[in-house]
Design a binder for this molecule. Structure first.
Ligand SMILES: O=C(O)C(=O)C[C@]1(C(=O)O)C=C[C@@H](O)C=C1
Length: 115
């Protein structure tokens, strides 16, 4: 295996190789095209703002989900409600296609733990 570069098949910190040794990041800061760089910087600003809001929304969802689960368990029910999960999985699949299902499964795991 080539140990001088990060492998595309092995997820590692981009600043290290599999051995953990530090490698300089040689990715150029820009494309060399000023207009393209400006578009990229602006769009990345929007992405960062959106990601921040998405994380906050997920945290808000986790709190609402915990409230539902606590109430159900206090009333003698179970943490997991499979029919409700099916509705949620369908909504994400309808909105985002097959990867939407995977996203919904990750959200459910964040909200109620692994089943
Ligand atoms: O809607 C519920 O009944 C919940 O408990 C919330 C929630 C969710 O996070 O969406 C969590 C666990 C259940 O299995 C189903 C859904």
């Amino acid at each position: 295996m080539d140990t001088t570069t990060t492998s595309s098949t092995t997820p590692t910190d981009p600043g290290t190789v599999a051995s953990g040794a530090a490698v300089p990041d040689t990715t150029p800061a820009g494309t060399g095209d000023e207009a393209a760089d400006a578009v990229i910087a602006r769009a990345r600003g929007r992405i960062d703002a959106l990601d921040g809001r998405i994380v906050e929304l997920i945290q808000e969802r986790m709190a609402a989900s915990a409230e539902v689960q606590r109430a159900r368990i206090s009333a003698g029910g179970r943490r997991v409600h499979l029919a409700r999960e099916m509705e949620i999985l369908r909504r994400y699949r309808d909105g985002l296609g097959r990867p939407g299902t995977a996203l919904a499964m990750t959200l459910l795991e964040l909200c109620r733990g692994r089943v």
